[in-house]
Design a protein around this ligand. Structure first.
Ligand SMILES: [Mg+2]
Length: 471
């Protein structure tokens, strides 16, 4: 069964919510959404950063994320509104509350946006509700109408068969609109867009892509995947290529699914090197796998995704993970998977040992949790005839996939030998390495590519203007 995924995004959230609150207090007040206005910074001193802007302000060139001073230079009449997080949280809760009435699974990704898995919900939109409009358009309209009439603000709904495309679609024309971006519409609707607009493609990644002559999402889709990987790194390169082609398999994860990951880590008194690997690693992995398995069993859950974590002598954190055919919680399978992943990460010409690294910390993690034997049946299980969900397929996607190289620890410090047990809502995304290091890595890559594919393999972008991204 094809998935039906919505991405629902509040239009100019902070600004709309401030406007709605003001109108509630004083119905004769001017609607801030209809004039050039913005939330952010210190209204009195006129310092700080713009966090949201009205559509009229946007037309005057005001951008989210820019200094208030700069915005005022472009738009001297800009009305500045102070942030009001208490109000924002209240509206956010009410917004999610409405979404939960209509979707099988709601994954809130920020204060003002959420993915909905609408697969198999056609039955909820019978004729009297749909007004004869076909599904899923009627569903999007019903959701938008209810939010507008009961809460007073507007949202955009993006519809597709996966999260990435739904997210891209909700970013098309605003406000108060529904857009589709189905896989077959990718060439016409997504490929002409600047590469910077691809979800998860940050400024630094875009800059590297420009230098390869990749200006649009379509350029990236047609580009050689191996070449992309050699420039951006394995995971970022694969992500860009896959996403540019509209491919994404990550499931909409409700609160229950993303409850936890388990990991156990051990800081070593003496580094593991290529020479002492065989003597030490198997024992450490057996020990850590046993710890993780014990915790999973205690909580009556199984994990489909097993991962390994290492921190190198140069203080970089690296991870590798694999998703199994079925969720497990036995020590043996966890250990076997961890061993395989560790070999992949460390050995071979691309491995960490080949670049002279040693290890000061080793960890084993388990995520993609499944507690199904203990799960209650929901109305949606009864409605849909099969458990057709893309389910357990875990894929690293979105911005976090972009930081394959973690930031170094403050130099000169060494954590004490010891163990750490971690349960986290989501594995903590590693942070980007310092600019200098990235530059050097990029230069090395360029050399490598030129060596492999000839001097003309890379051409410098010329006269390119970086397109502005939407926040
Ligand atoms: Mg928004």
């Amino acid at each position: 069964m094809k998935r039906c995924i919505f991405h629902v995004d509040v239009n100019s959230a902070f600004l709309s919510w401030s406007a709605v609150k003001k109108l509630k207090e004083d119905p004769s007040a001017v609607d801030l959404r209809t004039i050039p206005s913005a939330v952010g910074g210190d209204v009195k001193t006129r310092h700080g950063i713009i966090t949201a802007k009205s559509i009229p302000a946007g037309r005057m060139g005001v951008k989210t994320g820019e200094p208030v001073v700069k915005a005022l230079a472009k738009c001297p009449d800009l009305v500045l509104i102070p942030s009001d997080f208490e109000t924002y949280r209240a509206y956010s809760r009410a917004f999610i509350g409405i979404l939960e009435k209509y979707a099988r699974v709601v994954e809130q990704v920020s204060i003002d946006e959420a993915y909905l898995d609408m697969t198999g919900t056609e039955h909820l939109f019978r004729k009297e509700i749909s007004g004869g409009e076909p599904f899923p358009f009627c569903a999007a309209r019903v959701i938008r109408d209810e939010i507008r009439t009961s809460l007073g603000f507007t949202v955009n709904v993006g519809i597709s068969t996966n999260k990435l495309l739904a997210k891209m679609a909700s970013d098309f024309e605003k406000p108060d609109r529904t857009h589709t971006l189905y896989p077959e519409e990718v060439p016409s609707k997504m490929w002409p867009l600047p590469i910077r607009d691809l979800h998860g493609c940050g400024g630094a990644t875009a800059a590297r892509l420009y230098s390869l002559g990749i200006l649009t999402i379509g350029d990236a889709a047609a580009f050689d995947e191996e070449l992309l990987k050699s420039v951006l790194g394995e995971s970022a390169g694969a992500y860009i290529h896959r996403s540019a082609n509209g491919i994404s398999t990550s499931p909409v994860r409700g609160e229950r699914d993303k409850a936890k990951s388990y990991s156990n880590e051990r800081t070593l008194a003496e580094d593991i090197t290529e020479d002492n690997y065989e003597g030490r690693m198997p024992e450490i992995l057996a020990y850590l796998s046993d710890k993780v398995a014990g915790r999973l069993q205690k909580d009556h859950v199984r994990a489909a995704t097993i991962g390994v974590i290492v921190k190198t002598g140069s203080f970089h954190r690296h991870t590798r993970q694999a998703t199994l055919d079925r969720a497990v919680n036995g020590k043996d399978l966890i250990e076997k998977t961890a061993r395989g992943l560790m070999e992949e990460l460390l050995k071979g010409p691309e491995g960490l040992f080949a670049s002279g690294e040693t290890l000061r910390l080793v960890g084993v993690s388990a995520s993609g949790l499944d507690d199904s034997p203990f799960e209650q049946m929901s109305i949606f299980d009864l409605m849909s005839d099969a458990g057709e969900d893309a389910g357990r397929e875990e894929e690293k996607e979105g911005p976090e996939a972009f930081f394959p190289f973690a930031a170094p620890f403050p130099s000169g410090t060494r954590e004490p030998e010891g163990e750490r047990e971690v349960s986290s809502p989501d594995p903590e995304p590693p942070s980007p390495s310092p600019l200098e290091e990235k530059k050097k890595r990029l230069e090395d890559m360029v050399k490598k590519i030129r060596g492999r594919y000839g001097e003309d393999a890379l051409r410098k972008g010329s006269g390119l203007k970086e397109p502005s991204g939407n926040v």
